[in-house]
Design a protein around this ligand. Structure first.
Ligand code: ZN
Length: 73
């Protein structure tokens, strides 16, 4: 997962301190194939919120198992 992002409105570089929350999401059509890691950011300059998504592939078995365990709880 990427710790950095860029504001879509003003282009300010977002640091990890501007991260509001993250969560995992599985696209229904690709269940069991693709996992997506979503990050919600708040720009420190214009204060707009936006999300970025990174794919988490099942080949990362350790990470996938951790995600599965978290989803069960
Ligand atoms: Zn901004």
């Amino acid at each position: 997962m990427k710790p950095l992002a860029k504001c879509r409105d003003c282009g300010t570089l977002i640091t990890k301190a501007d991260l509001i929350k993250t969560w995992d999401c599985t696209p229904r059509a690709k269940a069991g194939e693709v996992k997506v890691f979503i990050s919600l950011w708040k720009c420190p300059n214009c204060e707009k919120k936006f999300r970025t998504a990174d794919r988490v592939w099942p080949k990362e078995k350790g990470k996938l198992q951790a995600i599965m365990d978290r989803l069960k709880k």
